[in-house]
Design a protein around this ligand. Sequence first.
Ligand SMILES: [Ca+2]
Ligand SMILES: [Ca+2]
Ligand SMILES: [Ca+2]
Length: 428
Amino acid sequence: MRRHITALILSVLAALLVAPSVPAAVAAPTKLGPVTGLKITAGSAPSGYRLTSSWNALTGATSYKAVLTDPAGATLATVNTTNVSWTVDVAVKGNTNVKVTVTPYATKKPGVAASAIVTVPDLQAPVGVFRSIRPETGLEATIVQDSLSDDATPVGDIQREVTWGDGSAAQVWQVGDSIAHIYPGVGRYVPTVKLTDTSGNTVTLTLKAVVLGDTTAPTGTFAAGPAKAIAAWSKVTLTQTALADDFSLVDFIQRVVAWGDGTTSVWGPGATLTHVYPTAGTYEPSVTLVDEADNSAKYAAGTVVVTRDTTAPTVKITNRKSTSLAKWRAVRGTATDTGVGAATVSMNAIEKTAKGWRAYVGGRWVKAGTKAKAWKLSRTITVRPVAGVWKVRLARLKRGKLLVRVRGVDNVGNRTAVIGRAQRLTRA
Ligand SMILES: [Ca+2]
Ligand SMILES: [Ca+2]
Ligand SMILES: [Ca+2]
């Protein structure tokens, strides 16, 4: 067996020895590079860090490949460029080293790489989620930490400082996930938590107000209108004319609107809010107000009667008793609707001339073998009526017989039947 394998290896070696020799290589040119003047700097970016690299242009280089790597050698970003600088945002932790490696290329042939390292400074403040908790009774409130982190500083080294919002001195929060405080009396207090990392980056988080002694719900006055609306069309507006609470500031009173049709909206900043009722019915919208002590009350905002527009618009072609081409270069008419209004009018036109049928396709006509084929070939021209009047231009009319078909649709999709018109055109 072993002898067999040895024989095999020998035969392979023999084959290699007799293989046609590679043509003598042209003397390899000296490898390009490395680039000089390579620099990298780091600054803060909206998320992570902005790393800017630059280097001197290298004679003979047609492009450069630049790669950013983290301390573990993982690629953070890469670029192929003809520029001599590169700016890219990467997500890395503060206080870590980032390396840029630039390889010059002469067309597709890589040269010698150069690299530079920068220590990314810690420029980002800690991130945390904290909640204030109001006591059911008494004056002792609590702040609870739900999460805390920093890109470079270990959680245990992040400094926490609480101000309770009652004039008492700032308090360093040494240990634990919660901290309590006894307030001097009833009132509205806004606590803050200031976080500082070991590089001195800080953020101050403003927590929900602690309201003590508030047992009264907010008051408000609201009105919805118009009182008569059309389904899937009318914008019903809810207007606030008054809003107040004994403790909470107006901007901190939560407003939730129930439109009466099963939909609700959280009403953010702003004095008005709109809604389109999809179906007909009688609706009684209301607004529920909640203060910062969770006292709530519901206020009615009137009645809205919503009906449906089920009637198609009325579309007419203006009856012009003229056989003049000039008069029919535009087909005109009216479009009216008693409900939501006419949205569009659509027209098709064909013509029978001395040379046979032709179809209007917008700006020009195309020949057709028969009347039916002409209708099929014709393009539908759609226009929007203005103040109840519509107009479709017909370019290059000829003598003969013009036939048009027109139909309209209102803003909620009710369609008219097709109306037709035939007109003889005998003179210019
Ligand atoms: Ca940091
Ligand atoms: Ca209140
Ligand atoms: Ca209608």
